[in-house]
Design a protein around this ligand. Sequence first.
Ligand SMILES: NC(=O)c1ccc[n+]([C@@H]2O[C@H](COP(=O)([O-])OP(=O)(O)OC[C@H]3O[C@@H](n4cnc5c(N)ncnc54)[C@H](OP(=O)(O)O)[C@@H]3O)[C@@H](O)[C@H]2O)c1
Length: 162
Amino acid sequence: MALEAIVAVYADWGIGWHGTQPVVLKADRRHFREITGADAVLVGRRTLEDFPGAKPLPGRHNIVVTHQDIAIEGARVVHTTEEALAAAAEQGRCLVIGGATVYDQFFPYVERVYVTKIDITPHSDRYFKNLDASPDWVCTEKGPWQEEAGVAYCFCVYERKK
Ligand SMILES: NC(=O)c1ccc[n+]([C@@H]2O[C@H](COP(=O)([O-])OP(=O)(O)OC[C@H]3O[C@@H](n4cnc5c(N)ncnc54)[C@H](OP(=O)(O)O)[C@@H]3O)[C@@H](O)[C@H]2O)c1
């Protein structure tokens, strides 16, 4: 089962603080919508709570991972890594969209990561693996540095080395 992932990282590969993203760029939100399209997304329960209205993303097949026995309207709820992988395998394409514990657990199955680099270092308590420091990953696409509200960012793609 090959998955993809998408993440926005700060300069220290931090991704979040206190259950949310301390700095959010509109351009990154647009990029996220373009990349995920109408495909399936795999998301942790805590990240779901940070979505608008704590609701699943519209127009996509949402697979939510939780240990809790809950139903979430508009989402398929799964309770284990294995169940999540089986649900993802039923979809044509599935992107892991966080947060940190979900990225970590499904990382062995991820072959491509869409990384938005945001060149600022707010305090984070959640991190993504630093792919620049990993011998197993290579940056295959790096867009130009752009700027929004005085913050520099660029869109990159990393692939697991064969
Ligand atoms: N920068 C970015 O691109 C980005 C993207 C996404 C999220 N984030 C940030 O990441 C942070 C959230 O990450 P997080 O690590 O705290 O939480 P998370 O990964 O979003 O969710 C963790 C929860 O998922 C459930 N879970 C995880 N693995 C499971 C498994 N194998 N089986 C069953 N349930 C499982 C558990 O839910 P239960 O507690 O209900 O059992 C767990 O508490 C936030 O700050 C958010 O803003 C950043």
